[in-house]
Every structure is written in C-alpha cells, then in structure tokens.
Design a binder for this molecule. Sequence first.
Ligand code: NAD
Ligand code: UGA
Length: 440
Amino acid sequence: MQIKNICCIGAGYVGGPTMAVIALKCPHINVTVVDANPDKIKAWNGPLKSLPVYEPGLAQVVKEARGRNLFFSEDIPGNIEKAEMIFMAVNTPTKTEGEGAGMAADLKYIEACARDIAKYSKSDKIVIEKSTLPIRTAEKIKEILQENSTDIHFEILSNPEFLAEGTAIQDLFKSDRVLIGGDKTESGLKAVKTLVDIYANWIPKEKILTTNVWSSELAKLASNAMLGQRISSINSLSALCEKTGANIDELSKAIGMDHRIGPHFLKASVGFGGSCFQKDILNLVYLCKYYGLDEVAEYWDQVVKINDYQKDRFAQKIIDHFGGDLTGKTIGILGWAFKANTNDTRESPAIYVTKKLVNHGAQIKIFDPLVSSSTIIKDLEDYNINKDACLICSDIDECIDAVELIAILTETPLYKDLGKEVPIFDGRGINKKAQFTIGK
Ligand code: NAD
Ligand code: UGA
C-alpha cells in the first residue's frame, strides 16, 4: 500500500514528537496529528517557544516540517478518512475505578479511538498501536473495528514507542531499535513491510525488528519493567550504602563495568517518576495475576514498592533532620518535573515528597525552570496538598532565599553548585556540598 497520508490520534508527549520526526524524515508523506483537546492543537500550531511538550530539539524539527508536511488539526473525522495509516498514541493511564482499579491500564481512550476509526473510515487502513498496551489488546481493537465497520479491512500492527522524555528527539533520530509486531498473514506481512519502509527512511534496517503482535505488545511492558527494576535495585542498595559507609556512585560504577550488566540506568535517585514505569509495571503485575501467575506478579510488584519506599525515605530524612516536627520550617524544593529537561510532572517524586513535608507542617517553596505555575497548582490540587503552604517561585534565588533546608529533586545542572548556607538534601547525587545525598 502506498502511504500518502498518515493520521496520528493523540498529540501528547509521544504523538507530537514521533510524528514531527516521521514528517521531517519522510517529506513525501503528509502527517497530521489530531487530538480531542482543541487547546493542545492550538498550542502545537502556535509559537515554537510554547509548544505543549518541551523537548530539546523539538522546536527545530517542528519549525522545519510544520506547514510543509506536518499538520496539527482538530478535524478527527476528516483526517481519519483521508489517511491510509493511523497511529493511536493516546494515553493509557492506570485505571482509577472498576475491575483492576489501581493496577490495570485504562483502555477507554484507545477504545474511543478505535470506535472513531471504525466510524469515519471509508477505505482500508493500517491501524497502529503506538500507545503502550496490555498484551492482547490488538484482539479487542480488532473486535471494535470489525463490529462497527464490516466492509473495510483493518490491519492492526503494534509499534510501541521507546523514547524517553528529555531525549525524545535524539532517541527518535537514533533509536536502539524500532519494534513492529504484525500478523503472519499475507495482509499482515504487507502492512509490516509498509511500516518498515517508513522507518527505513532514517533507521538502519538491522535496527528494525519485526515480531508477532503479542511479543511486540509485551516487549514494551517488559522493557519498562526491566528499566524500573534496575532503578529499584540500585535504590534499594542506596539505603544499605547509607548504613554502611559504602558509596552508591562507586558501587554503580563497579557493578556497571561488568559488560554483562552495563553502566546505564544505575543512577540512584529519590525514585523513578514519569507517566510510564509505575503504570506499566502495575499493568504487568495485573496481567500476571489475571493469568494466575501470582509469584511473578509479586516479583514485579516489589519494584514499585521499593520505589515508594525510596520517595518516602527521602522525605523522612528531612523530617528526621528537624527532629520530627516541621512546624515553622520553610523548605525549598528544587525541581518539580520527574527528571531534568522535561516539563512533564506526572508521578514526579517531588509531588510525593512535598505532600509528606506539608503534612508534617512545613512551608514549601517550589522552583522548576521548565514547569509552569499552572501545572504545579494543578498537581497540588490533584494530590490534595495544602496550596496555602506552598509558594511557587519564578527563579531559583527566590526559592532558596530564607529557607531552612533545600531539597534537590531533579538533576538540573543549575542545582549542582549551590552553596552551603543551609543544609542541602540531594535526591539526585549532583551537589557535592550536600549534607545528605541518597546512597552516601
Ligand atoms: P499524553 O497524555 O501526553 O497524550 C495523549 C493525548 O491523547 C492527549 O493529548 C489526549 O487529549 C489525547 N486523546 C485521548 N483520547 C483521545 C481520543 N479518543 N481522541 C483524540 N485524542 C485523544 O500521553 P503520552 O505521554 O503521549 O503517552 C501516550 C502513550 O504512549 C501512552 O500509552 C504511554 O504509555 C506511551 N508512551 C509514553 C512515553 C512518554 O515518554 N510519555 C514513551 C513511550 C510510550
Ligand atoms: C521511560 C523509558 O526510559 C523509555 O524507554 C520509555 O519509552 C518510556 O519510559 C515510556 O514508556 O514512557 P521516561 O519515563 O520518559 O522514559 O524517562 P527515563 O529517563 O526512563 O526516567 C524515568 C525515571 O527514572 C525518572 O524519574 C528518572 O529520573 C529515573 N531514573 C532514570 C533514575 O532514577 N535513575 C536512572 O539511572 C535512570
């Protein structure tokens, strides 16, 4: 099938950057990103300095491709109809109610997408799972598509995304691998080849891996689980280092120099955040339970438990420093996002740490160079944190002025060389003058 028009449903952290890069690398294909949220589409069409997603290098890619063959549109029906290939890149958060609440992925957005595709399609389509989904979701999507539209052929592929926020553009330009899962039928193999040909415009062929649909869906959850497991493993050891005099950075280096282990993802921290590790590991746990594999579920659940322990432990260190009572104490929180170089605050450890400190009576000042005050206010509201106890600062000096302690929550370079007037508690191991550093 000749692809002239791609439509991507979901203009978020994945849909926006991935489609911008496909458009940049495939000038012969029109790529249109649609979203149910018109404000987001307006922002994608607005000034480059206020795109809805902050990613180093993204504005440059958008600048080059937008209006040429990259479009952001509110017209979902029209763009579904026009496209031969449709990516579904909508959010799949943890369910908050019903069966599997607190663990399983909520598939309501992906199901709504499938219903829209069935409703507005007038010709055959290749439908691609870009969102991270539980294994065997393609079956459900096929059901929805076929139920609602009988005379059109839909070929479903799984093509999970492995980019990390903060390095998305670099990750998309030079992916470790691109994974494409499809059915081993004639039409399935054809669809896989069509998608391989698109990526082959810039990804070396040997890095494009094709599998069956189920392996591809599960490989995404498994990859995130393995990455999260490494962080929880090193974080669990950071607690032992603090008790024994071992140094976590030295430990990471010594362990990671074994080429069978490798040096990446062994940086101890205040805990992993972000929209995916916790959600995807909990989803894996749920799936294992669903299939009756209780021991396997238990094993992966421990990765999330250690992460909760690490966030809690860091906040407790601060509380202990003040003898258990934070009344009348003001603490400066540096970093609100879940890591440096992103404006994304989903599941950020800073939120959990702040909540615990506020609950113990502290006044909080918050600074993050990339996160807007409206996002911080929304987080405080969503997590029931007393807003009156929190002051959002527009510069770092304001945040560290007249505080009794500074807590570093992201690895933003700006926090590296801070002085020593008040104790610094470093959750990222970047500040040499810190009084307390995770794992030391
Ligand atoms: P996001 O919340 O940033 O974006 C999702 C977008 O989809 C939102 O703008 C929302 O308005 C839109 N949407 C939801 N339902 C819709 C519908 N029915 N029709 C049209 N638009 C709809 O989410 P994200 O971070 O981009 O993640 C998307 C998926 O990709 C998730 O499954 C996630 O697990 C996965 N993923 C995320 C990352 C990451 O770094 N954020 C990396 C790899 C994979
Ligand atoms: C992660 C994966 O790295 C991506 O491959 C995947 O596509 C994505 O999840 C997803 O599915 O959403 P992301 O969450 O954006 O990407 O960012 P990471 O760089 O993985 O960081 C996650 C968290 O782990 C951050 O809070 C980070 O600070 C923390 N981390 C990371 C550590 O504490 N130590 C490390 O050594 C590495």
